[in-house]
Design a protein around this ligand. Structure first.
Ligand code: AMP
Ligand code: MG
Length: 510
């Protein structure tokens, strides 16, 4: 069915149909026009009303509207007013220079003005991007496709992350098809439509810097300043000011990841967004039993991107960005100093996040030791990260009551060590009134989610979807909209994986 972009009734997003992405002004060198290949027989399977609302778009209500969305967000009907755009970038992958990469399977459809900048961390625009709509000039050896399994993971996890308070690309909808795609085995194709104020990656800047195209680098930096960090425009050295903002946003982001137990899995510089939001959900994972060395990515044999290494890797990636920006910053020492600010910024954000998780309130002497002992305890016991924090609120709420049995069980068989830590915590909280303890416990319940996108739950959704049943995915999508509120009948979604389950691992193939 052909969709007429000029007809506001037929086109699901009339405002967006006419909006040419600002990136198009940067020239072919940065972003070239490409028509998506689209998908045969596209089916709209999942749609995020929350994400649609950001743009002021209603969720498609009837079959006709669903068919229209399927056609548009499969890439079958690229906006008529302008073609889709694909950008070129480069990157460091696993610590090595990988050279030119680019949008190998991502098409920028256009951009839309957000209804409320407060819903976008102050940003006014949302770029609308398809992932998996076919070949591009940057597909290299790839097929331009994304499989249903990985698209479903990205849709569900990115929306959940937003509700968990993590800056992240959003997922508008997921469209699938019977089109066969070969990975380790034969699978089927899908397209996720992502939203982000900007899909610029560190790798975009690396590409133009390392190939010596400094005019394009400058245009890109000017665009990023104007769009993402306007406060830098008036600074004496805007590129340096930009770097400082990215360092700060990245430190906050990684602290959120660490506090949640999120492991990105492939923290290459081409998977780091300049805006400081989470981007590119591949072999990600959440900590179940706490192990700082946990990485969900089977390709990452050395554990470069393990949970415990994410802060150091983010710092490394920021150095790569600084290096790329040097032709414009023109002051090596100043750039280094700015990047070295990452350590303190991350430590401060992490300490604040962990104090909130433990109900510690304002910083005090001894907090570092208390936190270190907590990490040691979790690690020694392999306690479940999410549950150990979630159930801790009950310990803080009442100084005299014994800790809940469900919480104690997580630390089996280390009661002695646990007693020591509990004693230290109780001492720390001892001056608090009963009322203040209750208040802290309530705040802890907002800092410690009970529902996170655990691997085994995503697997259930994938298995259902593979049989054409998206009800599990829809349930997860719905419950993860309120991750800190216990929801009746959802105990199964709060539980740790069955005992004895090995830590989940995934290949990079998607
Ligand atoms: P990733 O590991 O998903 O971050 O991808 C690294 C690079 O490979 C990016 O430039 C992607 O656009 C590209 N890429 C990944 N998968 C495909 C695919 N199936 N077809 C074309 N390009 C791809
Ligand atoms: Mg990527």
């Amino acid at each position: 069915m052909a969709v007429d972009a000029a007809d506001p009734l037929l086109y699901p997003c009339p405002a967006f149909a006419g909006l040419r992405p600002a990136l198009a002004d940067l020239g072919d060198e940065v972003a070239c026009a490409v028509r998506p290949q689209g998908l045969p027989g596209p089916r709209l399977r999942l749609c995020s009303a929350d994400a649609a609302r950001l743009l002021g778009w209603p969720k498609p209500g009837d079959d006709r509207a669903r068919e229209q969305w399927a056609q548009v967000f499969s890439g079958n009907q690229a906006a008529a007013a302008h073609p889709a755009l694909c950008t070129v970038y480069a990157g460091h992958q696993f610590g090595n220079w990988a050279g030119q990469l680019g949008d190998g399977r991502a098409h920028l459809l256009g951009e839309a003005r957000g209804l409320d900048p407060a819903q976008a961390m102050g940003h006014r625009w949302w770029e609308v991007q398809l992932k998996g709509a076919g070949l591009t000039p940057y597909s290299r050896h790839g097929d331009g496709r994304a499989v249903l399994r990985s698209s479903l993971r990205e849709f569900l996890c990115s929306e959940a992350m937003w509700h968990l308070g993590v800056p992240t690309t959003r997922a508008l909808c997921l469209v699938d098809s019977d089109l066969a795609v070969r990975r380790e085995r034969l699978e089927t194709a899908a397209v996720v439509t992502r939203l982000c104020p900007s899909f610029l990656r560190f790798g975009h800047f690396e590409h133009f810097s390392h190939s010596g195209r400094h005019d394009a680098l400058r245009r890109l930096v000017d665009h990023a300043v104007e769009r993402l960090y306007p406060q830098c425009a008036e600074q004496a050295n805007p590129a340096l000011a930009l770097l400082r903002e990215v360092v700060s946003a990245t430190a906050t982001l990684v602290a959120r990841w660490q506090c949640l137990g999120f492991v990105h899995g492939v923290l290459n510089t081409d998977n780091m967004a300049l805006i400081g939001w989470t981007i590119d959900y591949g072999p990600f994972g959440f900590l179940d039993a706490f192990d700082p060395a946990y990485t969900p990515n089977t390709t990452d044999v050395g554990g470069r991107y393990a949970w415990g290494r994410q802060p150091a890797i983010a710092h490394w990636n920021l150095l790569a960005l600084a290096h790329a920006l040097l032709p414009l910053i023109d002051d090596r020492d100043a750039a280094l100093e700015v990047v070295d600010g990452f350590g303190d910024a991350f430590e401060a954000a992490m300490a604040e996040g962990m104090r909130a998780k433990l109900g510690l309130g304002p910083q005090q002497d001894g907090d570092v030791d208390l936190l270190r002992a907590w990490f040691d305890l979790l690690r020694a016991c392999g306690a479940d990260w999410t549950l150990a924090h979630r159930l801790l609120a009950a310990v803080v709420a009442d100084a005299n009551a014994p800790p809940p049995q469900r919480w104690l069980q997580l630390f089996d068989p280390w009661p002695q060590r646990l007693q020591h830590w509990l004693q230290a915590l109780r001492q720390r909280l001892q001056p608090l009134s009963a009322q203040e303890r209750q208040r802290r416990a309530q705040a802890m319940s907002r800092a410690n989610p009970c529902y996170v996108p655990r691997h085994h739950l995503l697997q259930q959704a994938i298995e259902g979807a593979g049989l054409g049943d998206f009800s599990i995915a829809q349930r997860l999508h719905q419950v993860w909209r309120n991750p800190c509120e216990e929801q009746p009948g959802c105990e199964d979604l709060a539980a740790a994986p069955p005992p004895g389950s090995p830590p989940p691992v995934l290949s990079c193939s998607s």
